[in-house]
Ligand binder design. Structure first.
Ligand code: PLP
Length: 483
């Protein structure tokens, strides 16, 4: 027993009582992409718009004050949730924007310094030095990163002439932290690293990474988009400098995410986006900026979304993050056990629950992930298929794509069993199709999973192979209706 009553929790999520294709009850196993939202969060968003709608930090009227209180109240809740101070929490649109904020702040610091130097002017009177990235500097990432924590660093390197380096992946889908002491060098400016992989579920030993990085003078940014929603996270214990996550993956609304930054770093960091609400004094000759977090939040903020995130944090805190993690561990153990009993399935990631979160990616022998996803969808089971925005990781495993089931507080063991049975159904289905077509090309879905010719001998059209619904059924009716 984990202390979570998933059946009771499900009643808070209106969407979980609807049916989907073929009138099947919804089995939602795609929370890694985005979580469902409980009534409490939806109510908080509606309440903010219905009763307190005004521009926070601007009006002197009552509604303006209430909107400000809602927004700042949400910041206080979020900061408590991750063990931070309120002024260390910057609201962004999502995790992606939070990472870009740091990357662009670094190149802004670099550009200002370079512009002054090129004009023969003295260096700017700012403490931005530690954010400047110069040719020869290094940014260290890993092969497990979501594109959100990869592309912004590639781009920063392109803008500054720095070098991108990365840690590899172990055969069981973890960040390879061996030899970290040599891989983080005196030139490493920043280590940007996932806390929990969105594909393999592996949890990175962040505090060890942070300790070594700090010994070498490097900053550490943790991508916690998949960890903050699913396990207790304390930024102080992790020892990281920056940490990012998205509200929509943790029961909250879309359009609100978080950048945590240690207060002394945020105090020194130049802004990314500029404009209203982030300024101290504006003259035609130049502008000074407010202290953090306002320096990084230009424009009228998203009050209702922040209020919704505050409600999501309340909801999770009430459940207890230890309980959330334990519940997902049980579901993951059940999934690893059931899928492990199926010879035609290869798990992409650790096969035990140790240092691992609640998402399970896998390949089904001879069946393309998109076809697995379609068959499951026909059964009402929603999973993610593709490279999950982690293309280099899939390449490292020698596959183009995988199927991913990801669990959350509202999932039950029965749903895991439905997944395992659904996959068996897909295997039977495609086996019968292979037999039907007498096609023997089933060696690997990375080439062609579905036969290229039907039993009638006619060539299956690309639409047959990649159809968005009932691939095999359509293949039969389109290509073999003559037989
Ligand atoms: N990092 C990880 C590990 C993710 O799983 C995701 C989204 O799936 C992101 C970053 C980006 O999140 P968002 O699209 O909400 O910015």
């Amino acid at each position: 027993m984990t202390g979570l009553d998933a059946e009771a929790i499900r009643k808070d999520f209106p969407v979980l009582s609807r049916t989907v294709r073929n009138d099947a009850p919804l089995v939602y196993l795609d929370s890694g992409a985005t979580s469902q939202k409980p009534r409490q969060v939806l109510d908080a968003v509606r309440d903010a718009y219905e009763l307190h709608n005004a521009a926070a930090h601007r009006g002197t009227h009552l509604l303006g004050e209430e909107a400000t209180d809602l927004y700042e109240g949400a910041r206080a809740k979020v900061s408590r949730f991750i063990g931070a101070e309120a002024d260390e929490v910057v609201f962004t649109k999502n995790a992606t924007e939070a990472i870009n904020l740091v990357a662009y702040a670094m190149s802004n610091a670099t550009a200002v310094g370079a512009a002054r130097r090129s004009q023969g002017a003295p260096p700017p009177d700012t403490p931005w030095d530690r954010f400047r990235v110069l040719p020869g500097d290094e940014i260290l990432i890993t092969e497990l990163e979501h594109h959100a924590n990869l592309v912004p660093w590639q781009q920063l390197c392109e803008r500054t002439g720095a070098t991108l380096r990365w840690l590899g992946v172990t055969p069981d889908g973890r960040v390879d932290v061996s030899g970290l002491d040599e891989k983080i060098t005196g030139r490493t400016k920043l280590v940007a690293i996932t806390h929990q992989s969105n594909v393999t579920g592996a949890i990175t030993p962040l505090s060890d990474v942070a300790r070594i990085a700090h010994e070498k003078g490097a900053l550490v940014l943790a991508d916690a988009a998949q960890s903050v929603p699913h396990q207790p996270v304390d930024v102080g214990a992790l020892g990281v400098d920056f940490l990012v996550f998205s509200g929509h993956k943790m029961l909250g609304p879309y359009g609100v995410g978080v950048l945590f930054g240690r207060s002394e770093l945020l105090a020194e960091m130049p802004p990314f986006l500029t404009g209203g609400s982030m300024i101290e004094v504006v003259r035609m000759e130049g502008t000074t900026f407010l202290p953090p977090p306002q320096r990084f939040e230009p424009g009228v903020p998203f009050i209702a979304e922040a209020a919704g995130l505050g409600a999501a944090v309340d909801y999770l805190a009430e459940l207890g993050m230890e309980n959330v993690a334990a519940h997902e561990r049980e579901l993951t153990a059940h999934a690893l056990d059931l899928l492990g009993q199926n010879d035609g399935i290869t798990i992409v990631g650790p096969r035990t629950t140790s240092d691992r979160g609640g998402c399970v990616a896998f390949e089904v022998d001879g069946v393309h992930p998109h076809d697995v996803g379609q068959v499951l969808d026909e059964l009402g089971i929603a999973v993610r298929t593709g490279h999950h925005c982690a293309w280099p990781l899939h390449r490292a495993f020698g596959v183009q794509a995988s199927t991913r089931a990801s669990f959350y507080v509202y999932n039950t063991p029965a749903e895991v069993e439905a997944l395992a049975e659904g996959i068996r159904h897909a295997q039977r289905f495609f086996r019968s199709l292979w037999n039907f077509s007498r096609c023997t090309r089933r060696s690997s879905w990375t080439t062609t999973a579905i036969p290229t010719t039907g039993a009638c001998g006619s060539r299956l059209t690309p639409r047959c192979i990649t159809s968005t619904r009932s691939a095999a059924t359509r293949s039969r009716s389109v290509c073999c209706s003559r037989t």
